[in-house]
Design a protein around this ligand. Sequence first.
Ligand SMILES: [Zn+2]
Length: 416
Amino acid sequence: MSTLTTWLEETLCTLNLTKTMDVPNGFTRLSFTNEEKSAHHAFQRVARELGLSVYEDEVCNQWAVWEVDPSAPTIAIGSHLDTVDNGGGYDGVAGVLSALGAVKMLKDQNFQPTKNIAVVCFVSEESARFGVSTIGSKAISSKLNKEEIADVTDRDGITIKQAMEDFGVNWQTLDNVTLPVQKLESFLELHIEQSTQLVEQNADIGIINGVACPVRLKVHVKGMANHTGTTPMHNRQDAFVSIAPLVNFVQEEALKANETATSPLVATVSTMQLKPNAMNVIPGEIELGIDIRSVDDDLKRQFAKTIETFCKEIETKQDVTISITTLVDNDSVALDPIIQGKLQEACKTVGLSAHEMDSGAGHDVMNMASKWPSGLIFIRCKDGVSHHPDEYAAIEDIEKGTTVFATYLQQQTSKA
Ligand SMILES: [Zn+2]
């Protein structure tokens, strides 16, 4: 095994605060907890060993900088170290690890970059604790409204404001974290694919064109609760029965849309709340949550309209009232085509096959892309499983991503 492979294996464990990746319950490092803090400390130790200068910004993102010239442009690369409950040790970690690994490769070759290289570890990427995602990258790219999130609580009733202050954030000066655009030239992130396209396409590296952001609908149906034993079948306003066809409709219409669409669309009825949810009462109310994603914003909005029309038909046929609320409707994020070309070039240089694709999941890069030219690459992850203890990416695949980053950095920071 090469020294890089060994280093990657060891550092993967270090960043995961473990001695082995074979952990049956997976990893739990929720946002702004002691566990996330410990992972940040591990990051600092690894970065210092590589000779990088380490600092923390106002939102507690960790930065490790290879500074060659304070007046030279800076390329930032990174991801996050927090996880969901019982998550895997690769989502986020693989991105931080490959960024550090790329710096190690260049340093081992005595390479002298002409630009500064900054490895960043964003705080609180996952929404598992507060339902708010990518807080660290939102903060530096001027997309965080602290007053809007201050009072959001976790399941123990702790507010984001409290959790962040306990973590070391000064709430009063938090807004100073916004990074002026000239501070960075560009941003790169590596992430595990969380899907199986790379294996299906027999490709090593995914080069991402765009990140699909969701339209999220809340469908509220009001019928009438009544006794299951005494209410005859012909005289019911069962909210659940009336809306049940919508679940299949969403699935079938999404399949149909993909037959003709140029960009894939995915749509899921992902939540359901039944009222009163009692064995002897006809469901009087039901609320469904629907998540629709595609990088084609028109397509996903058109799909939301189709759902509305279908619900209107149900309303006229059945004796129920349906209201639909749009919870989220964000434009998808296009990544920088020039960087995509350079990443293709880096893959070619090291003999790795690249596959162009979109990301169905959000990542820190989507915030960074609103302010800086940004790129995202995927590496394979076993069976597409993520946010689960079985999440796995082979060390060879992490090494491939690391090599692509090192090559990219070398090509973009060499003396002309
Ligand atoms: Zn992630």
